[in-house]
Write a new protein. Structure first.
Length: 211
């Protein structure tokens, strides 16, 4: 019972942090759009307007506030579901992968969703690194953080953050299953490792059952 109460408190605190970030980002985005619009209507700043339009077109429209990255088998029906439902109740537009239909194009569609999200929450769980799908998501998220300034929060759900950072423990075991017998595979595995290390070095939250 104590763990459930602490989990509820944690989710509430997490949502408050997300709302605080979003309340800063959204007005800033709106004011930037208004400024850009005024600039384009002024004939004396046609050059500036052209530059502004190019910049605006290069930034994907934000369809979601939060993108959730998680290992479905570990947390879909417990922690991540509680978090997802709580975010929706607070009016935060949140994406999780069951909103996509399974098919050949799901990879590219998912990457578009990540690009169109303001905030990514990564739920690292025991078997997260067993999924190539999760690792590819993570690489994309970290790219968006670097290239688009996306805000990223890491949650370590019943896993030691150092295991994620250094790919030891269960995360180290997962990588033993990934072959590196070609240049392409070696490069992919290295991208996964780099993304895990980078994400684990960000400020995050450690959720554990203290018994």
């Amino acid at each position: 019972m104590a763990f459930i109460n602490s989990l509820i408190a944690f989710i509430s605190s997490l949502i408050a942090s997300i709302i605080a970030f979003l309340s800063f980002l959204i007005p800033f985005s709106s004011s930037s759009s208004s400024s850009s619009s005024s600039s384009s209507s002024s004939s004396s700043s046609s050059s500036s307007s052209s530059s502004s339009t190019t910049t605006t077109n290069s930034i994907p429209q934000k369809n979601y506030d939060v993108f959730l990255s998680f290992r479905g088998e570990d947390t879909r029906y417990n922690f991540t579901d509680h978090l997802y439902q709580a975010l929706l109740k607070r009016g935060i537009r949140t994406f999780r992968d069951d909103k996509l239909k399974r098919g050949e194009e799901i990879g590219s569609e998912l990457f578009k969703v990540i690009e169109r999200s303001r905030f990514s929450v990564i739920v690292f769980s025991e078997n997260y690194a067993d999924s190539r799908w999760c690792l590819n998501e993570l690489v994309k998220i970290m790219e968006c953080r670097k290239e688009m300034g996306q805000i990223v929060l890491s949650i370590f759900y019943h896993v030691d953050p150092s295991h994620v950072r250094k790919q030891t423990g269960g995360f180290g075991e997962a990588f033993k299953n990934y072959k590196e017998d070609t240049k392409e595979k070696k490069e992919m595995v290295q991208r996964w490792r780099s993304a895990l290390t980078e994400a684990a070095n960000l400020s995050g939250e450690h959720v554990k059952d203290d018994g």
